[in-house]
Design a protein around this ligand. Structure first.
Ligand SMILES: Cc1ncc(COP(=O)(O)O)c(C=O)c1O
Length: 370
């Protein structure tokens, strides 16, 4: 019996890979990293990419190598994986609620700078108590809702919460942050995206100035999204940008024009497994390979075929994708599919193949998935 070990696949054509497999096109990845670094430099802000899009240490290292100041994470597993991989400056942009998150904060803070984002005193108090018990201090950032309607204090409440945070032993209030994800929801109109992102940046800067006028030191003013990357960070007073999706790009960004189709680095390699129905053709990229994140086209597609023949994966069962609108395909044919949402897809796979000119150059584990 021949056992194929992973490393045997390096140097092979992608046509020899098992399917479904995630491919990351290296030249496109490098270009995206450089391009966003340039966008951040033009806006005169530090870049701290959200790592949840890749969860690959190799991608994080490329981002830091290009000039990023550190990385952003969402889950405790991501923070632990980053610290284990040697990253030493992380913004954990998620309220540290629950004993397991406090444990992660304590464990990782000994080995790295871990800034922690939160939006309530209820989340802050147990963290502060843990810090005092350990004789350490945690740097925290207060999340402000600038329009997404997800986490974050209302701007009007920020001063009250910030004053209390600043007085809590064990915590150092480092700054404020927002995720202006509603810029993506604005859709394909670049002017509306610009005005929405700018408004989010301005609101966050206003909050920071209010806090400073009250005597608080607020060095960090951090915004973050791919759709808002060319608007919110340009507001004077913003110090940091945290886009994530840009690094791979995906169909949701392509649909609204924030990523060029040629700049999407991530595809899923998939095989045609049945043509019994004629149309749809069945492929092995179902929801376990693609995730079922809805596309921004509103047509229910779970993936867009970017290889010759085209078509859309309109419906997915677990291991079956229903491909419509392609030119004729045979059982065994390979297709490449652009996912709706790169970050959701990453979390479904244990590794990705870094490829160049159709050849596997490296295999990167996806870390911190749970
Ligand atoms: C807190 C936070 N910051 C930054 C980002 C990055 O945004 P995007 O994926 O649009 O680049 C996200 C994404 O969800 C986020 O939740």
């Amino acid at each position: 019996m021949t056992v194929t070990v992973m490393s045997d696949r390096i140097g092979r054509s992608i046509h020899e890979l098992p399917t479904p497999s995630v491919l990351i096109d290296l030249p496109t990845l490098h270009r995206n990293i450089e391009q966003m670094m340039g966008v951040a430099r033009d806006s005169d802000v530090a870049l701290r990419p959200h790592w949840k899009t890749s969860k690959c240490a190799e991608v994080g290292r490329l981002q830091l190598g290009a000039g990023a100041v550190g990385l952003t994470a969402a889950t405790a597993a991501e923070v632990e994986a980053l610290v284990d991989a040697g990253f030493d400056d992380i913004f954990w942009a998620y309220s540290p609620v629950g004993a397991h998150r406090i444990r992660t904060a304590l464990r990782t803070a000994q080995r790295a700078r871990v800034l922690i984002g939160l939006d309530s005193l209820a989340a802050a108090e147990p963290l502060a108590e843990a810090a005092v018990a350990e004789g350490i201090e945690f740097e925290v950032r207060l999340e402000v809702d600038t329009g997404l309607g997800r986490a974050g204090v209302d701007a009007d409440d920020a001063l009250t919460v910030a004053r209390r945070l600043a007085r809590m032993p064990g915590l150092v209030l480092e700054g404020v942050f927002t995720h202006e994800g509603h810029v993506q929801g604005v859709g394909a109109d670049p002017e509306r995206r610009m005005s929405t992102g700018t408004a989010a940046g301005r609101l966050l800067v206003e909050v920071a100035e209010t806090l400073r006028a009250d005597g608080l030191e607020i060095p960090g003013v951090s915004v973050g999204s791919t759709a808002g990357a060319r608007s919110a960070p340009r507001v004077a007073g913003v110090t940091e940008a945290r886009p994530g999706t840009y690094v791979y790009g995906d169909e949701n960004q392509v649909a609204i024009g924030t990523v060029d189709p040629g700049d999407t680095a991530m595809t899923v390699l998939s095989s045609v497994i049945s043509t019994q129905r004629g149309e749809p053709v069945l492929v092995d990229a179902g929801i376990k390979a693609m995730s079922s994140d809805g596309g921004m086209h509103g047509d229910g597609r779970i993936g867009t075929v970017v290889s010759d023949g085209g078509g859309l994966i309109s419906v997915g069962h677990e291991e079956h994708g229903f491909l419509r609108g392609s030119s004729p395909l045979q059982v065994g044919d390979l297709i490449r599919v652009r996912p709706n949402h790169a970050c959701g897809l990453t979390n479904m796979h244990s590794h990705v193949f870094a490829v160049e000119d159709g050849v596997v150059v490296d295999i990167w584990p996806v870390l911190g998935r749970h």
